[in-house]
Design a binder for this molecule. Structure first.
Ligand code: BLA
Length: 289
C-alpha cells in the first residue's frame, strides 16, 4: 500500500484526548530536546511527546514519519510505582508491504508465575483479547524472552500493510487504551513500602530489558547514530532505567553474561519460539514452544 495513507498520529491524538478526559497531563520539560529530531540522512522525522499525571509516571510517544518507506509508533504509559498497574504498550512498524505490531497491557509481573496478578487485571479483559484474535492473528515465532513481558490479551501480529488492517489496529488501540484508562481510574494507591519497592523494581526490570534488547534498536541506531539512539533509549523511551533501581541488566538477566563479564550482544539466548498463540481462550498458558 501507499504508506502516505497510513498515519499513527491519530493514535497518539486519541490517547491524549482520552487521557485528558480522565486526568490532568503535565508535559515533561526535561524531554524538550527530543521533541523533533531528524535522521542523519535527512529523510526521516522523529517526533516525541511526553507527560506525567497523578497516577502516571510517564506517558510518552515516538513517531517516525516523513520517510516514504516506513513508519513507526512507539507509545507507552508507565504507572507510578505506588500502583501495580500494567504498562500500556503499542509498538508498530510498517513498510509498504509489511506491518509488525505489538499491542498489550504488559503485565508488571510475569503472568505465567503470578496467577493472582493475572486474575486481578486480565480475567475481565479476556473478551477484549478475543475480539481481535481473528482480525489481528498471532504473528508467529518471537524472541522467547519477550513472552514473560506479555499478557494473555497481547496482540502480536505481522501482516501485509493495508488500509483495512490499519483500521482494525486503530480500533484495537482505542479499545485497549480505554481499558487501560479504566484500570488506572480504579487503581488504589499502594501504601506498603515493601509493595511499592516491589512494583518499582518490577518496572525497572522491564525498562532494563527494553532499553537493552528492544527489537527497534538497530533501526533507531541506523537513523540517528549510536550515541543519540542510546540517549533516546535511556533518557526518553525507557526513562527511569537509570533512576528507578540500582540493579544492572546482568543482575536481572544473568544468562546474558559473557565469560569476560560483558553483556551478550545477541537479542535472545533462547532463540525464537511460540509459533502459535500460547494462551487459550481462558487465558491459560499453553506452552507450545
Ligand atoms: C520486530 N518488535 C518486533 C518483534 C516484536 C517486537 C515481538 C518481532 C521480533 C521478535 O521476536 O522480537 C516488539 N518485543 C516487542 C515489544 C516488546 C518485546 C514491544 O519484547 C515489549 C516487551 N519496533 C519498535 C520501534 C522500531 C521497531 C521503535 O517498537 C523501530 C525504530 C522496529 N520491530 C522493528 C523491526 C522489527 C521489529 C524493524 C523486525 C526486525 C526483527 O524482527 O528483529
Amino acid at each position: 500500500m501507499d504508506l502516505s495513507a497510513l498515519s499513527y498520529q491519530k493514535f497518539v491524538e486519541f490517547a491524549l484526548r482520552e487521557t485528558e478526559l480522565r486526568t490532568a497531563l503535565a508535559p515533561l520539560p526535561s524531554h524538550e530536546k527530543f521533541r523533533l529530531l531528524r535522521s542523519n540522512d535527512n529523510n526521516t522525522l522523529l517526533h516525541t511527546l511526553s507527560f506525567s499525571a497523578p497516577k502516571i509516571r510517564l506517558l510518552r510517544s515516538l513517531t517516525i514519519e516523513g520517510n516514504p518507506t516506513m513508519k513507526v509508533l512507539d507509545f507507552a504509559v508507565f504507572p507510578e510505582p505506588e500502583f501495580d498497574l500494567p504498562i500500556f504498550c503499542a509498538n508498530y512498524f510498517a513498510t509498504a508491504s509489511l506491518s509488525i505490531v505489538l499491542l498489550d497491557l504488559n503485565p508488571l509481573y510475569d503472568v505465567t508465575l503470578h496467577t493472582d496478578y493475572k486474575e486481578k487485571y486480565y480475567r475481565d479483559l479476556l473478551p477484549l483479547g478475543q475480539k481481535y484474535m481473528e482480525l489481528l492473528p498471532w504473528g508467529g515465532s518471537i524472541t522467547s524472552e519477550s513472552l514473560r513481558f506479555f499478557s494473555p490479551i497481547v496482540i502480536w501480529s505481522r501482516f501485509s500493510s493495508s488500509q483495512s488492517k490499519h483500521e482494525a489496529l486503530y480500533s484495537a488501540f482505542m479499545d485497549y487504551f480505554q481499558a487501560w484508562l479504566t484500570l488506572m481510574e480504579q487503581a488504589e494507591k499502594e501504601t506498603s513500602a515493601s509493595q511499592i519497592h516491589r512494583n518499582r523494581e518490577a518496572q525497572h526490570k522491564y525498562l532494563t530489558w527494553r532499553a537493552e534488547k528492544d527489537p527497534g534498536h538497530p533501526l533507531l541506531k541506523k537513523l540517528v547514530g549510536e550515541d543519540l539512539a542510546k540517549e533516546i533509549l535511556r533518557e526518553f523511551l525507557f526513562s527511569g532505567v537509570d533512576t528507578l533501581g540500582e540493579k544492572t541488566f546482568l543482575d536481572y538477566f544473568p544468562e546474558y553474561k559473557c565469560d569476560d563479564g560483558t553483556v551478550n550482544q545477541k537479542r535472545s539466548m533462547m532463540g525464537k519460539s511460540y509459533e502459535m498463540r500460547p494462551w487459550d481462550l481462558n487465558g491459560e498458558f499453553i506452552d507450545g514452544s
